[in-house]
Design a binder for this molecule. Structure first.
Ligand code: NAD
Length: 487
């Protein structure tokens, strides 16, 4: 793969001595790409190009801007297989999951393609006679979009599409581990006929490219998805130049199984949430809280189910779980497994490195995890699941709420009182009943609270709102220059 940055309508190779070499996580001898990374200079060029392009782009009628995004959706559908294969090679997820992610991105492009027709304000009655009052929504200017490697296609889709349809121009910074998938998306926008400067992509490290974006005064909005450590910095630094900011960060999501819940479907949902995408999802199930009376039966079935997740090369149809993304992630997950053992949790399945020439780890299950343990509190971002028993719903919700995060959660029960209390008291913003903790849909808002989410939510109309500012308009046709007193 030939990786370049895309600035002002041109694909450029930065003149840099910093060479990035990405390998296939399923076979570390296979170099996927090797490229000189961009830095501050290229980022400043991209911001300047976006700033210049804004004046013309914002004048284009919103439905027309949406049509560009619809054209990208059509093209993406034609190249679905190529995009998915690129993703599997550079990120590792199995091909079936990669295809699912491409389709989800296409749904988002379709949703926002039509959103140009719905960029509505409100008409509101004035308290004064002969005065018409309304709100209109207008773009912010240059938007900086910073994304992680774990959903290298869907996340850029759900940020770039609403930013452009709302009339902003974009500087997009993908994760350095997954530039191939990001480049395909930008290529599709180029083919759709976007003018130079409207969408720019800079491929380089967070310490240079990301920092230049968050500090530049011409960048008026930042939409960030990634770790808490970086997200906190993005929030604080962006405030210095009064940017609008949204950050979606880590999670430590719990699934609750009540005594009356269906064990078999809770087992399937837990395994899917914990080991699907190798546990590298912000919505992954990393804790399962089980009523003490059904815990024995649940664990017995879960051990059986977890054995269906066999690590292997994502291109191989026999593989049911891909490798983890890189050496750093691999070592971090293995060190959490060691920490869990030392803290006194009981490792009842897996957790070993497995064969092959990639970053493969067996699914791991710890029983008797308690809230004092790091494996209960911290985001591991790998195929590691903690099991904890509880006596009643109150204790289950307390356990579920007892981490700094507030993203997603699920309850398995047939009792409507349990369902309603969970909806009300779980400190999360994505609430699932009798289904896994994972998933989101283009037309539904997505995001978390507490340490997970900061600022507006993403996807749906809320995602579009983030990229606009509301103007309040007073049209006075009384013929008098002054405003009458409100009675
Ligand atoms: P990361 O924070 O390391 O990197 C995210 C992005 O920020 C990358 O593009 C990176 O280059 C950039 N970056 C790094 N340092 C920067 C800096 N100083 N200034 C500006 N940008 C900088 O995260 P990651 O390892 O790529 O992704 C995994 C994390 O993302 C996990 O914590 C996961 O939970 C989270 N995530 C959250 C959601 C969500 O919707 N809440 C979705 C997916 C992933």
């Amino acid at each position: 793969m030939n990786i370049r940055s895309y600035i002002n309508g041109e694909w450029i190779t930065p003149d840099s001595e910093r060479i990035v070499r990405n390998v296939n996580p399923a076979n570390i001898d296979e170099v996927v790409c090797e490229f000189p990374s961009a830095g501050e200079r290229e980022t400043l060029q991209a911001i300047e190009a976006a700033r210049e392009a804004f004046a013309e782009w914002r004048e284009m009628p919103a439905p027309e801007r949406g049509r560009f995004v619809s054209r990208v959706a059509d093209r993406a559908r034609q190249r679905q297989d190529e995009i998915a294969r690129t993703m599997t090679r550079e990120e590792g997820k199995i091909l079936k999951e990669a295809v699912g992610e491409v389709r989800k991105g296409i749904s988002l492009l379709e949703y926002y393609g039509g959103a140009g027709f719905r960029l509505n304000g409100q008409t509101v009655p004035s308290e004064l006679p002969d005065c018409f009052t309304c709100t209109i929504r207008r773009p912010l200017g240059v938007a900086g979009l910073i994304t992680p490697w774990n959903f290298p296609w869907a996340i850029p889709c759900w940020k770039i599409a609403p930013a452009l349809v709302a009339g902003n121009t974009v500087v997009f910074k993908p994760a350095e581990l997954t530039p191939g998938t990001a480049s395909l998306l930008v290529e599709l926008f180029e083919e759709a006929g976007l003018s130079p400067g409207v969408l720019n992509m800079v491929v380089g490290p967070g310490s240079a490219v990301g920092e230049a974006i968050i500090h530049h005064p011409a960048v008026r909005a930042i939409s960030f998805t990634g770790s808490n450590e970086v997200g906190r910095r993005v929030i604080v630094e962006s405030a210095r130049t009064h940017k609008k900011v949204t950050c979606e960060m880590g999670g430590k999501n719990a699934l609750i199984l009540m005594e009356d819940g269906d064990i078999e479907s809770a087992v399937a949902a837990t395994a899917d949430g914990a080991f699907g995408s190798t546990g590298q999802r912000c919505t992954a199930t990393s804790r399962v809280l089980v009523h003490k009376r059904v815990k024995g039966a649940f664990i017995e079935q879960l051990l059986e189910k977890a054995r269906e997740y066999v690590p292997g090369d994502g291109m191989d149809p026999a593989a049911t779980m891909g490798p983890v993304v890189d050496r750093k992630q691999y070592e971090s997950i293995l060190s959490y497994i060691e920490a869990g053992k030392k803290e006194g949790a009981r490792l009842i399945l897996g957790g070993n490195k497995t064969g092959g020439n990639g970053y493969f780890i067996e699914p791991a299950i710890f029983d008797e995890a308690t809230p004092e343990m790091r494996i209960f509190q911290e985001e591991i971002f790998g195929p590691v699941l903690c099991v904890t028993g509880f006596e009643d719903l109150r204790q289950a919700i307390e356990l579920s709420n007892s981490t700094q995060y507030g993203f997603t959660g699920s309850i398995f029960t047939r009792d409507v009182r349990n369902i309603m209390r969970f909806i009300e008291h779980a400190e999360i913003r994505m609430v699932h009943i009798n289904e896994p903790t994972i998933g989101g849909e283009a037309q539904l808002p997505f995001g978390g609270c507490k340490a997970t989410g900061y600022g507006d939510r993403e996807m749906a109309d809320e995602g579009l709102n983030f990229f606009t500012q509301t103007k309040t308009v007073f049209i006075n046709y009384s013929g008098r220059g002054e405003r009458a007193m409100i009675r």
